[in-house]
Design a protein around this ligand. Sequence first.
Ligand SMILES: [Zn+2]
Ligand SMILES: [Zn+2]
Length: 235
Amino acid sequence: MAEKMASGGCIICGSDLIYLNESESLQCSICKETFLSNARCVQGHFICDHCHELDGFDLIQQICLNSSSTNPVELANLIMSFPEIKMHGPEHHFLVPAVLITTYYNKTEKPGLISEKLNKARERAKNIHGGFCGFYGTCGAGVGTGIFMSLILNSTPLSKEEWKLSNLMTSKSLLEIANYGGPRCCKRDTFLSLETSVDFVEEHLNIRLDKSTVKCKFFERNKECKNQECKYYPG
Ligand SMILES: [Zn+2]
Ligand SMILES: [Zn+2]
């Protein structure tokens, strides 16, 4: 089968893309549906037309709904590789609770709850507009961890222990974020929030989500990157 190399790498794995002369039956890496296509990466990854046209919020939801990951940082890194997720932007306010909800319910073997919780997280995250960090003193990625905690504990304004843990979760994330100083970086603040959540969930709920060492692959797109001052900077 003749193949032609395409410019740009695979979003999923970074390998080269190839165009095939004859279509193959391929499973979309996002929605897991099968389609005939003549484009894929050398490792076999393929993204269908529908998934290519999703906006940032829809993309986050679609990838999470089809993920079996138990590693929030890894899942966030995958989602942030897509161009629909800007270097900075309020989609991170949904991204943080979305990957936490997904990995938490995959880990606790209740994946049936993911869809409903993602819908609620999305509704709540919509209220956290861009620039919250600098204008309201409350980074939206940090608030996203509180949304996550509130949703998995079914907290309301009248709850006791659940209310406490939800607010404590946000405050721990914000403390880590604040101590770094500005300017804001939605990637750094997302990584800090996720790492803080993994430790918090283990300490308070005795559930161990998977961890991985973060090497930021986004710094070249961030003109305000703190470079060596950031612990995720790979240089
Ligand atoms: Zn690939
Ligand atoms: Zn698809």
